[in-house]
Design a protein around this ligand. Sequence first.
Ligand code: NAG
Ligand code: NAG
Ligand code: NAG
Ligand code: NAG
Ligand code: NAG
Ligand code: NAG
Ligand code: NAG
Length: 562
Amino acid sequence: MILISTPSTKIILLLLASVGQAIWNPILPGFNPDPAIVRHDRDYFIACSSFEYYPGIPIYHSNDLGTWTLYSHAATRPEQLQLYGVPTTAGAWAPSLAYFEGKYWLSAMTRWTYDPVAKVWPRVWFISSTDMVHWSDPTWAEPWGIDPELFNDPVTGKTYLNLMAPNNNIDKIWGIYGCELSLQSGKCIGPYVSTWNGTLPGTTGRPEGPKTTYKDGYYYMIIAEGGTDEQHRVTVSRSKHPLGPYQAGPHNPLLFNGQWGFSNLTVQSTGHATLIETADGEWYASYLARRNVNGSSPLGRETFLAKVEWVDGWPSINHDGEPVLLSDQVPPVLEGQRQVPEPWVDDFSRPTLRPEWYQLRTPYTKNYEILNDGLFLHPNVFNLDDRDVPAALLKKQTSLNMSFSAELLGFKGELGPRNKVGISAYLSEFQHQDIGLGGCINATGMCLYAETRMNNTVDHWQTPLNSTEDIESGLTLHIRATPLAYQLGYTLQGEEKPTYVKEVSSKWQAFAPSDWLVFTGNMFALFATGEGQPWPYTAPTVGFARVKETYFEEDIADYDRW
Ligand SMILES: *[C@@H]1O[C@H](CO)[C@@H](O)[C@H](O)[C@H]1NC(C)=O
Ligand SMILES: *[C@@H]1O[C@H](CO)[C@@H](O)[C@H](O)[C@H]1NC(C)=O
Ligand SMILES: *[C@@H]1O[C@H](CO)[C@@H](O)[C@H](O)[C@H]1NC(C)=O
Ligand SMILES: *[C@@H]1O[C@H](CO)[C@@H](O)[C@H](O)[C@H]1NC(C)=O
Ligand SMILES: *[C@@H]1O[C@H](CO)[C@@H](O)[C@H](O)[C@H]1NC(C)=O
Ligand SMILES: *[C@@H]1O[C@H](CO)[C@@H](O)[C@H](O)[C@H]1NC(C)=O
Ligand SMILES: *[C@@H]1O[C@H](CO)[C@@H](O)[C@H](O)[C@H]1NC(C)=O
């Protein structure tokens, strides 16, 4: 938008300012990678990857591109998402959204493992919905690969599947491939062709995440290149035909914060963009980026928004690929500071679980119950180290400066040394930082304990509860998250200030052992476990009365200097 200071445009701008509001990045803070945006009438929706979390594929809604609420999840049934034994970072990847034939369409893929021994390849699927809430069972697509997109050609009405795929199963040179697709069968009904290999030389570019837009006689294909880490970037090509040949744009990459150094700007790994036209003919792009804190990003890959202009028939993102700075608003620049969100409280007074809570992998059994305004966990033999479904509910960490506090339900009786209930700063089965209550180790009675994990080094701390009586209500566990560290603490009934007993550098919540990957971000977990044994039938019932998140200002600089 151009600022012209005639009285009438001033009034219009004031009106806009009162309707819309200043847009700050990230628009979806926390682990919300691979955003795919779609508009239908005045509604915007963004779908993101969910990896090993269930339900899968969160969908956010907005009317103004600035205020987003979690609207639904696309994969809510085991028929849609089979996450059995999947390791961290496998699972549901990289959705695309489209609206055609009077319905919403979502395509994505499930990656069950990336273990080369298993030889299990990602499988592509798509589902449809008339309301973005109730989704069909999947149709499995014929090609295999990642980041599938259903593109409905507005000129011919034909639907194409575009994806990142190998040239064949022997040399596995990845590129963008596509075919005309049958929505009924999921099979190609025309030639399956290589459409674009991106702009990077050789076979290391990893062109991925194709997103197609038709405008003024051209099909524009936006992709991500360079792998998902430091080299991640946005590039564009265009063609007169949906299946190519595609010609690269003259100003690639359209967005690449890494070009100013991998440890310079706070915002890194800018890529995986989708273009969107507003009802008023303005253009934007949703994309993913990390906020680096001294070189690591504990919140993982978050959803960002940029303004797009069209110049000589090509899209230009963020004023011609200028660096993305956290201090810059997304245009139009309006009055207003970045807001600190109100606290988030869940006292489990609703009959069903709020949608912000996830489980790890597809549950086999019911692992929780909401009763009498409390969350009761049904602990099983699995814990947060297992590649299974422990009795755990997890919520995304959405601020780099916040606290997560959970008050335990009181109970009668005593927990044995393998019976634990607690909270965790959770990244993966490898990296989670726990504080909780359990039977004391090598001593009688119950203890408060904390267990931290740094690259397979497990550090255990415990202190006796000093109460032989039943646990009354009021024991609250705390995680204080700051950009550089997580602190674990507790308050006993009547205490005001948490006693913090452990601190862990936040870099460990962005860490994977060698041969493993981090595509997710930190979550906060409520959990209970029998640690390898069934929860004793005589053991107390455990759970939580209340969870509260408090957010503080996030004063994160444009440059990653700490
Ligand atoms: C992309 O690379 C593959 C493998 O080298 C090649 O077969 C294909 O023709 C290339 N595609 C395009 C559109 O250039
Ligand atoms: C850091 O990024 C800025 C762009 O915002 C650039 O001007 C500057 O040269 C970069 N510094 C280094 C050390 O690369
Ligand atoms: C419990 O005792 C065993 C045997 O002495 C010891 O190896 C272990 O470290 C102890 N555990 C804790 C948490 O104190
Ligand atoms: C993690 O542990 C492995 C194996 O002991 C070691 O090679 C690696 O350097 C460690 N990484 C870090 C960041 O400590
Ligand atoms: C229990 O008592 C011991 C000894 O006085 C003390 O060190 C410990 O902090 C107490 N535990 C709690 C949870 O207050
Ligand atoms: C986090 O919040 C605290 C409390 O409001 C504040 O003192 C601190 O400066 C904040 N840190 C950052 C990095 O914004
Ligand atoms: C930032 O990371 C470096 C290298 O890992 C470390 O030496 C330094 O202490 C960290 N800075 C802060 C403020 O934590």
